[in-house]
Design a protein around this ligand. Structure first.
Ligand SMILES: Cc1cc2nc3c(=O)[nH]c(=O)nc-3n(C[C@H](O)[C@H](O)[C@H](O)COP(=O)(O)OP(=O)(O)OC[C@H]3O[C@@H](n4cnc5c(N)ncnc54)[C@H](O)[C@@H]3O)c2cc1C
Length: 385
C-alpha cells in the first residue's frame, strides 16, 4: 500500500490547472512543487477572458477555498452574447448580460488569485522542463533548461498543449484543426472607441460570413480582445501576414474582410495590441493512455480542445479538483492516480466532442444559422432581430 503522506509531488506548469491542483493539495496539507518555464509571474499578460462554469471552474474555486477572493475578480456583468451579420446588423442579443452563472474572469487575475493563495516557494519560476529521467527506485528526476530537481514520486504534467510530459505516456500529438486565429486587442475602448464598445457590448460579439469570422470579447479594464478567424492551412498566416509590421497586418486583414461593413472592420483599425497568429490545435477526442506509475497529465496536456466549447480551462480545473480529492482521500496514491485517469478520460469526452463539432461547423454555409440556434437555446432572455 503506497500512502500519500510524504510522497514528493512535482507539477509541471503554473497554468490554471497546475495551480489549482497545488492550492487544493496545499489546503489538505500535501505539499507540491510547481515548476513553470516563465521567468516570473509578470513576464507576460496571461491572455483573454474566461468564463467559469458550475460543476467545474466554479467548483474548483470553492474547493480551493477562494470563493470570496473570486468574487472580487469575477465579472458577472460581462456574460452577454451578440450575433451580428457582416454589416453589423444585430441578429441576436442577450437581453441581460448579467443573467446567468458563468462569470467572466481575466486570466491574469485568475492566475494572480491562485498564486497569492500558495506559499511563495511553492512555484519555481524559470524552470522549463526538458527531460524526465526514471530512477532505479521508481522516482523521477527532472532536467530543466537550467538546472535539475528531484527525485519525485509523482510528476503531474499540467504543461499545456505542447506538454513535455505527455510523450512519456502517449504517442499522440495535437492535430491542426484547420482554423487559425489572428488575435488583436483594443485598450480603453469605452473612452476611446465608444462605437466599438457598444458593438461588442457586455460580453462576446460574433460575426461570420464570407467563409471567415470575427469574435471580440470584453475583458476587464475596458479592454477588448478579439480574433479574426480563417479556415486555412497551418502555415498560411506566416505567409500572408508580416507580423513585424502591425500596419501591414491591419491592411491585410482589411483586405481579407473587404465584404464586411466598417462597423466590424473598425475593430482591426482600432487594434493597438500586437497582432498574433494562433493556429488552433486539438488532441483526438477520446485521447487516453495506459497508466504509468508516477506520471499523469491534466488540462490541455491531457485533452487539448478547440476553444469553441469554452470548456478548456473548466476541464483543467475540474481535473485538478478530482486528482486532488483522490490523492487526499485514497490511502494508495498509485491507485488514486489510476482512478483519476480512468474517470477523467470518460468525463472529458463530451466536452472534447462538442468542441470538435463546434470547430467543424464554424464559418460553414450553416455556421451563422447554427450559432443563432445555439444562442436562442442557451442564452438567458435573448432577443432576436
Ligand atoms: C485563442 C484561445 C482562446 C481560448 N479561450 C478559452 C475560453 O474562452 N474558455 C476556456 O475555457 N478555454 C479557452 N481556451 C483554452 C484554455 O486557454 C486552456 O484550456 C487552459 O488554459 C488550459 O489550462 P492548463 O492549466 O491545462 O494549461 P495552460 O493554461 O496552457 O498552462 C500551462 C502552463 O505550463 C507552462 N509550461 C509549458 N511548457 C512547460 C515546460 N516545458 N516546463 C514548465 N512549464 C511549462 C506554461 O508556460 C503555462 O504556464 C482558449 C485557448 C486559446 C488558444
Amino acid at each position: 500500500m503506497q500512502k500519500h503522506p510524504g510522497i514528493a509531488i512535482a507539477i509541471i506548469g503554473a497554468g490554471p490547472g497546475g495551480l489549482t491542483l497545488a492550492r487544493i493539495l496545499h489546503l489538505a496539507g500535501i505539499p507540491a512543487t510547481v515548476f513553470e518555464r516563465e521567468e516570473h509571474p509578470l513576464v507576460r499578460p496571461q491572455g483573454g477572458t474566461l468564463d467559469l462554469h458550475e460543476g467545474s471552474g466554479l467548483l474548483a474555486v470553492q474547493r480551493a477555498g477562494l470563493a470570496d477572493a473570486f468574487q472580487r475578480i469575477a465579472r458577472y456583468d460581462d456574460q452577454g452574447s451578440r450575433l451580428l451579420d457582416m454589416h453589423g446588423r444585430v441578429l441576436f442579443e442577450q437581453a441581460d448580460a448579467s443573467a446567468g452563472n458563468r462569470p467572466e474572469v481575466d486570466r491574469t487575475a485568475l492566475r494572480d488569485m491562485l498564486l497569492d493563495a500558495l506559499p511563495a516557494e511553492c512555484v519555481q519560476w524559470g524552470c522549463a522542463l526538458r527531460e524526465l529521467k526514471r530512477r532505479d527506485d521508481g522516482g523521477w528526476h527532472l532536467a530543466f533548461d537550467k538546472g535539475e530537481a528531484g527525485p519525485f514520486d509523482l510528476v503531474v504534467g499540467a504543461d499545456g498543449a505542447w506538454s513535455n510530459v505527455r510523450p512519456l505516456l502517449s504517442p499522440y500529438k495535437p492535430q491542426y484543426s484547420g482554423l487559425t486565429f489572428i488575435e488583436f486587442g483594443i485598450d480603453d475602448v469605452d473612452a476611446r472607441h465608444p462605437a466599438l464598445s457598444r458593438l461588442v457590448g457586455r460580453g462576446k460579439m460574433d460575426v461570420q460570413g464570407d467563409g471567415k469570422q470575427v469574435i471580440a470579447q470584453r475583458n476587464g479594464n475596458a479592454h477588448i480582445r478579439g480574433y479574426a478567424i480563417f479556415r486555412v492551412p497551418a502555415d498560411w498566416a506566416a505567409g500572408r501576414f508580416d507580423f513585424a509590421s502591425p500596419a501591414s497586418v491591419r491592411s491585410a486583414l482589411l483586405s481579407e474582410f473587404a465584404g464586411y461593413g466598417d462597423a466590424i472592420t473598425d475593430l482591426f483599425r482600432a487594434s493597438n495590441d500586437p497582432f498574433v497568429a494562433r493556429p488552433i490545435y486539438a488532441l483526438p477526442v477520446g485521447h487516453c493512455w495506459t497508466h504509468r506509475r508516477g506520471l499523469t497529465l491534466l488540462g490541455d496536456a491531457a485533452h487539448l480542445m478547440s476553444p469553441f466549447g469554452g470548456e478548456g480551462v473548466n476541464a483543467a480545473m475540474r481535473d485538478a479538483v478530482e486528482l486532488a480529492a483522490l490523492l487526499v482521500e485514497e490511502r494508495d496514491w498509485v491507485s488514486a492516480v489510476a482512478t483519476y485517469e480512468t474517470q477523467m478520460f470518460e468525463r472529458v469526452v463530451d466536452a472534447a466532442q462538442g468542441s470538435a463539432e463546434a470547430a467543424a461547423v464554424q464559418m460553414s454555409h450553416i455556421g451563422e444559422a447554427l450559432s443563432l440556434a445555439h444562442l436562442r437555446e442557451h442564452s438567458a432572455g435573448g432577443v432576436s432581430a
